[in-house]
Design a protein around this ligand. Structure first.
Ligand SMILES: [Zn+2]
Ligand SMILES: [Zn+2]
Length: 300
């Protein structure tokens, strides 16, 4: 829909601008929000991370001096009292402004649209395994890397089929997604059967877990390259679970336990003294973190 502004006026002691749209929707923008998100060349630097506007130098309370709607509702101009850039007029196009309306209804709508987690909570029986072919990633990276990323975002995992059984091929695929983060184990860590009685270098079943939890920010994507060495080898079954769905199920079935896991932190540690980069990590955080809107944002 093409949005246009029917009318706009200052309110709440001139600290807000109220906008009425051509679909009857009403938005209220704070004067500070309008001033400091201004999209004009005087305010928006070409390079992110640089600042053209000295925000702390402005008055604590910003009030509207004048509001105009132009171009048949396609643009809004706002002047404020206490402006520090000579002759500056805040100007917004109607489409951009409407897309950024932060009223409860618009935010709810936006959150709902982006909620891939609770919407994709399907049981494995109903699900086609998300997968891409290694060769397709190489032959047509633009199309297939996007497909790969989309599947990762929607499902939280994706199988890359037929990656050659060579040690560094997995890194080649990973680099298509972005830079690789190193951990105290280096860029790559090999899980080999070594007969040890601890860790993951043996044939003992590993329970569901997340890797690298002792990091303040664990890796967002972990890539496991499963190599098959010989037809006679049996086992090697991998199981995945969706922690977000687990958290949402817990919230429904046992709200008090859910609350506890959002409030009482757990501890994670890694002591790794016998590697090239010895590490001693201890970190404390909650198993479940919810955002401002109550949605599960992290689950460990
Ligand atoms: Zn500006
Ligand atoms: Zn709105």
């Amino acid at each position: 829909m093409k949005f246009s502004i029917v009318s706009a006026c200052a309110s709440a002691g001139e600290k807000l601008v109220e906008v009425t749209w051509n679909d009857q929707h009403k938005s209220r923008f704070h004067t500070k929000w309008l001033r400091f998100y201004c999209r004009c060349k005087k305010c928006q630097p070409e390079l992110k991370g640089t600042y053209l506007v000295d925000i702390p130098a402005f008055p604590d309370v910003l009030t509207v001096a004048k509001v105009d709607v132009e171009e048949k509702g396609g643009t809004i101009n706002v002047k404020i009292n206490g402006e520090l850039i000579a002759g500056h007029v805040i100007q917004y196009g109607a489409q951009w402004l409407r897309q950024h309306c932060y009223c409860d209804a618009c935010l709810d709508n936006l959150i709902d649209k982006r909620d891939v987690i609770s919407k994709n909570g399907v049981s494995v029986g109903d699900m086609t395994l998300p997968e891409v072919e290694y060769q397709n990633l190489l032959d047509d990276p633009d199309r297939n890397v996007f497909d790969f990323c989309e599947k990762m975002v929607l499902h939280g995992f994706c199988l890359v089929k037929n990656v050659p059984c060579e040690n560094n091929k997995s890194l080649e695929v990973l680099r298509m997604l972005g830079p690789i983060r190193e951990t105290c184990y280096g860029t790559r860590f090999d899980v080999n059967f070594s007969g040890k009685k601890h860790g993951n270098n043996n044939e003992v079943l590993l329970p569901f877990h997340m890797d690298q939890c002792s990091y303040e920010q664990p890796p967002g994507v972990v890539f496991l390259h499963c190599l098959k060495f010989d037809e006679i080898i049996r086992g090697g079954k991998s199981r995945l679970t969706d922690f977000f769905l687990v958290a949402e199920t817990l919230r429904k079935e046992s709200p008090e336990d859910f609350e506890t896991l959002t409030e009482v932190p757990g501890s994670w540690d890694t002591y790794n003294y016998n590697t090239e980069h010895p590490a001693h990590q201890e970190h404390q955080k909650c198993h479940i973190v919810t955002d401002y809107f109550g949605k599960v944002s992290t689950s460990t």
